[in-house]
Design a protein around this ligand. Structure first.
Ligand code: THU
Length: 136
């Protein structure tokens, strides 16, 4: 029997777990993300910081890039867990928008409380996208 499709609660739990694997010695702000794709697979990410600060990579982008690396580009839901339930940063919103604005974005805190539940397109209106490059 096929496994059950991950629920929002499952995704929050996966993000909460993977957050423990973040490498965030500089900010002490670990982030976990779990991204459900249309095939039913879940791809995780945790932020990875670097002594050269700008080379740090956010949890959401690691989850998205891992999904794409595995041939998955149709994103359904992403859950992001931080200590205070903060929303994804602008860079992550831009990267995720490449693959469509209908993605459901959930931001929860470590206690599982949901602080944000919103479609990506409402978080990054007028995103720059492939359609802009196609215009003359
Ligand atoms: N961070 C994320 O992983 N995702 C976000 O959307 C915002 C910020 C990380 C980057 C850095 O490692 C730490 O949180 C503090 O900015």
């Amino acid at each position: 029997m096929a496994p059950e499709r991950a629920s929002v609660q499952d995704l929050i739990e996966r993000a909460r777990e993977v957050r423990h694997r973040a490498y965030a010695p500089y900010s002490d702000y670990p982030v976990g993300a779990a991204l459900l794709t249309s095939s039913g697979q879940v791809f995780e990410g945790a932020n990875v910081e670097n002594a050269a600060y700008p080379t740090t990579m956010c949890a959401e982008r690691i989850a998205a890039f891992t999904a794409v690396t595995h041939g998955e580009r149709d994103f359904e839901t992403i859950a992001v867990v931080t200590k205070n339930g903060a929303a994804p940063c602008g860079a992550c919103r831009q990267v995720l928008s490449e693959f469509g604005g209908d993605l459901l974005v959930i931001a929860a805190d470590v206690d599982g409380k949901i602080h944000l539940k919103s479609k990506l397109k409402d978080l990054i209106p007028h995103a720059f996208g492939p359609q802009d490059l196609a215009q003359p």
